[in-house]
Design a protein around this ligand. Structure first.
Ligand SMILES: [Zn+2]
Length: 239
């Protein structure tokens, strides 16, 4: 019985390990997906900034085009100066030119503001691009780590499944059956250790006499509260 209990205890440990590996196996693809999303957001943010700069460049070109047209008007008006016959006409022409010049200086001012904004954004963008470079590198690193872990998990999984099969054959089928039933009903734990007279499955006290029995590890003893099979995992002198 001692040997059987020991094997059962190992089986339980393997099952818990398998459970852990499975949880990780389920988690990794989700984490990789999260990384993909992070990468996408990062790229979209940069794209938006680029679009903003492009739109400002367009505004600048429009304003410059407008300014050119207005400057042409000034030239034409100045050309008309020599054809003027009266002082009144002359004054009117001068005031026309002044008006256009005033408007033009406003446009020039606006162009300068747009150019400043573009410079600002470009500086920001190049900073962001650098940041994105290292962020993407980090993401790639994490992705690789997760892929490695996945591969390791697969290996650990098959090793344990193999060992589990072997153990199941070595343990009496009646015991395996009982263990499987308990495991199913009790959150994956059918065999538990006892420490300080306390079942480590339900954390309730077991009677002192039972505790002594369990420490011998030569009989199938079950927790009176949660029904799990009890196992003494350690030194008999240690309490
Ligand atoms: Zn218990």
């Amino acid at each position: 019985m001692r040997e059987q209990l020991k094997l059962l205890w190992e089986l339980q440990k393997i099952d818990l390990e398998l459970k852990g590996i499975k949880e990780e196996k389920d988690r990794y693809p989700k984490e990789i997906k999260k990384l993909d999303e992070k990468q996408k957001i990062e790229k979209e943010r940069i794209q938006k900034e680029r679009e903003k700069i492009e739109s400002l460049e367009k505004t600048r070109r429009q304003k410059e085009g407008h300014l050119n047209t207005e400057q042409e008007k000034i030239k034409r008006a100045e050309g008309r100066m020599s054809e003027v016959k009266t002082n009144k006409e002359y004054q009117a022409l001068l005031s026309e030119i002044d008006t256009i010049k005033e408007a033009n200086s406003r446009i020039e001012e606006e162009i300068l503001q747009v150019m400043d904004a573009i410079d600002e954004l470009k500086k920001d963008l190049s900073k962001r691009e650098k940041e994105m470079g290292s962020t993407l590198e980090n993401i790639e690193g994490e992705r690789k780590k997760l892929q490695e872990k996945t591969a390791q998990g697969e290996k650990a999984w098959s090793e344990r499944v193999e060992r589990r099969e072997l153990l199941s054959k070595q343990i009496e089928s009646k015991m395996v059956k009982l263990y499987n039933t308990l495991k199913e009903k009790r959150q994956g734990v059918g065999v538990v250790s006892v420490k300080n007279e306390t079942c480590q499955g339900c954390f309730l006290n077991v009677p002192p006499q039972m505790f002594i029995e369990v420490q011998k590890n030569n009989a199938l003893v079950r927790c009176p509260h949660c029904n799990r099979i009890l196992y003494w995992d350690g030194d008999r002198d240690r309490k």
